[in-house]
Design a protein around this ligand. Structure first.
Ligand code: HEM
Length: 361
């Protein structure tokens, strides 16, 4: 899904500059997108059956609700994406420049619509609006629109899609860097590094704020027990610290070896350094999540990786900036040519040599 956006970016650059190298790059990544798409279809289809095999009782009672979004995902977005992917991969000559751009755009639209409908299914489970209970306890959909535009969906969707964009950007920039470091297809290496780093930096920053931040606030409003578990807060505290490291000991109800920022959790959650954060002790034990350490570690790994991604992308973008490079790493634009091998090779990544070479495959 991240690659779909990057393919539209490359096709748009091609339309605007008429530089065939962007078009070749877009087609190169479309083939990799096609492989991912095929793997997604093969692995995704059994997942639909898992609703029945693994969560039969849930599917029986909530099927009337989640069946709507899951069916729409198959009927609308999957077919939109697959039809136009075929046209994009095989129909360039017939479609022409503008038509081919539209094919790329509709592949992107189909894949991102697909993402929305899957996330909307998941957000309904996190925060369910628009339903009533039937006479036998079955869940009935009372408002289709509330299911579709659930307030939680917007932020979770933005956050999840930014994760996909970052993944695509890291892969694209890494392949570009590999080409540059091995002196192969350098012109394409530069396009990949530049596109991956620029789009990836924006995505990495938005992942933290506002999307990750708002997700945290939604959790604190609607699922305070989850917040306490994922932050490792066992006891209610005024001015709660933010633990960036530590191991939750559920038996002893404490965090071992914590590395904490004082009062930061209260501030991040309520924008108030002295706000109360309810700990797990404020809730009956039977309502606690089943696997508190798993939840705690997954959440901390996610935020830790998100922070590292921001640092890597911002540093790469700085190294990419010709200004910084000419000021610190080499003697100026004239000396920064394809043959140069300064430590700021990402700066070198931004310059186009005169003779392009096509990428492999
Ligand atoms: C930059 C720091 C980040 C912060 C502060 C943050 C914050 C959050 C929060 C609060 C949640 C909701 C947790 C829950 O529902 O229990 C969440 C979920 C999620 N995050 Fe992050 N996140 C960050 C980085 C990332 C990164 C780097 C990725 C992927 C590349 C990512 C992907 C996801 C996904 C896929 C979900 C699951 C959505 C769901 O099913 O609820 N996050 N994040």
């Amino acid at each position: 899904m991240g690659l779909a956006l990057l393919i539209v970016y490359l096709k748009t650059k091609f339309l605007r500059t008429n530089d065939e190298r962007y078009n070749t790059s877009a087609k190169f990544w479309a083939r990799i997108f096609g492989i991912n798409f095929a793997v997604g279809v093969v692995t995704g289809t059994p997942k639909e059956f898992q609703f029945g095999t693994n969560w039969a009782e849930f599917s029986k009672s909530a099927g009337g609700v989640i069946g709507q979004t899951l069916a729409m995902e198959g009927v609308f977005s999957f077919f939109l994406e697959s039809s136009f992917l075929g046209l994009f991969l095989f129909g360039e000559k017939k479609l022409g420049r503008i038509g081919h751009w539209w094919a790329a755009f509709l592949v992107w639209l189909g894949s991102w619509l697909s993402g929305y409908l899957i996330v909307a299914t998941d957000t309904w489970m996190q925060h369910p609006p628009g339903y009533t209970l039937g006479p036998h306890g079955e869940i009935q959909l009372s408002s289709f629109w509330q299911l579709l535009v659930n307030s939680w969906s917007v932020w979770q969707y933005a956050h999840t899609m930014l994760g996909a964009v970052q993944t695509g950007c890291f892969v694209m920039a890494a392949i570009g860097a590999f080409y540059l470091l091995t002196n192969r297809h350098e012109v394409y290496g530069r396009i990949f590094v530049k596109g991956g780093v620029l789009v990836g930096m924006v995505a990495a920053l938005l992942q933290l704020f506002p999307t990750g931040d708002t997700q945290g606030k939604l959790i604190s409003q609607h699922q305070p027990i989850t917040l306490a578990a994922m932050e490792g807060v066992f006891h209610t505290q005024t001015g709660a610290p933010l633990a960036i490291l530590g191991q939750p000991d559920v038996q002893k109800r404490k965090l071992d070896n914590p590395a904490e920022f004082p009062k930061m959790l209260s501030f991040l959650t309520y924008r108030n350094w002295s706000a109360d954060i309810r700990g797990l002790d404020a809730f009956p034990e039977e309502d606690w999540p089943d696997m508190i350490p798993l939840l705690y570690y997954c959440y901390h790994v996610m935020v830790g990786l998100g922070t590292i991604f921001i640092a890597v992308m911002v540093l790469s973008a700085l190294l990419c900036s010709a200004l910084l490079c000419s000021a610190l790493l080499c003697s100026g634009a004239a000396s920064c040519m394809p043959s140069a091998r300064c430590s700021g090779f990402l700066c070198f990544a931004f310059r186009f040599p005169t003779s392009p070479t096509p990428p492999a495959g």
